[in-house]
Ligand binder design. Structure first.
Ligand code: 4H6
Length: 251
């Protein structure tokens, strides 16, 4: 029998009227395993369950008019307050198109947190007084509009999960990927050596690990320079990288 270890490393409360949407991360893949094992402790509060009005309605019209509805203040306020009482050290994050744009560096900072509350907006958004009184940080996953904050919250949880020990193979595997060190990934190859008349670069079969490492670094630099030169603007290059870049310049 395998030993059970109940070490929760990070706890989330999600404020959402559609908690079932989160089945896609809690029931599948490595996130599913981590959530089922409670390494990631994922909990939900539904504003509808907190609605004090007769019809349990959770939307209302905007003052000043205009199209669409907003989330009602009372059910949302009560559910966030409840989450804060359950996670005393939590940061409260609101996902919206107006938020600060998320990147891998923000994810590195978020993984230091042990408790996070995500507020998922629906309809046209939420009342400003909730943002002013209960929200600590407002984040966006990119410059596009979604019908709700749930998918944005799942994107962030998925990307945090990669850094939790036991979620993916190793720390190395999480760091190897794109953006670690501000470089894009090098090209990858697996068996067989030749398929559909295409072959694997010889160097990867050479067994010379240092040559392979340098080839991969060169490819990463080449691909980043070609596809995302903006990533190199803020990057500090080490000696090896400088040598490779000078080789590019000469060509
Ligand atoms: C808050 C406010 C996040 C949340 C308004 C959420 C994109 C992102 C939402 C809205 C989101 C992101 C509701 C405004 C639908 C537009 C939910 N969209 N919207 N980029 N939508 O992180 O109408």
């Amino acid at each position: 029998m395998k030993k059970k270890d109940n070490r929760t490393l990070i706890s989330f409360y999600i404020i959402t009227i559609f908690p079932e949407m989160f089945y896609s991360i809690s029931n599948y893949g490595v996130t599913g395993k981590a959530i089922q094992k409670k390494i990631i402790n994922l909990n939900y509060l539904n504003p509808r369950d907190f609605a004090k009005n007769k019809y349990k309605s959770i939307d209302d019209r905007p003052y000043g008019g205009g199209p669409g509805m907003l989330m009602s203040v009372q059910p949302l306020y009560s559910s966030i307050k409840k989450a804060k009482s359950l996670l005393k050290d939590a940061i409260v994050i609101y996902l919206s198109p107006q938020g600060i744009k998320l990147n891998q560096n923000n994810i590195y900072k978020l993984i230091q947190r042990k408790e996070i509350i995500f507020v998922c907006g629906r309809y046209e958004g939420i009342d400003q007084r909730i943002i002013d009184s209960l929200i600590d940080e407002e984040w966006s996953i990119g410059d596009y509009i979604l019908t709700g904050g749930e998918l944005a919250a799942m994107v962030i949880i998925d990307s945090i999960a990669r850094f939790i020990p036991g979620v993916i193979n190793t720390k190395k595997s999480a760091e190897k990927e794109s953006f670690y060190n501000n470089l894009l990934d090098y090209p990858n190859y697996t068996r067989p050596k030749t398929i559909y008349e295409m072959t694997v670069p010889d160097i990867l079969l050479s067994g010379n690990h240092n040559k392979i490492r340098l080839w991969r670094l060169q490819k990463s630099l080449e691909i980043t320079l070609q596809k995302r030169p903006d990533l190199l603007e803020k990057k500090l290059f080490n000696k090896e990288e400088k040598v490779i870049l000078n080789k590019f310049k000469k060509k």
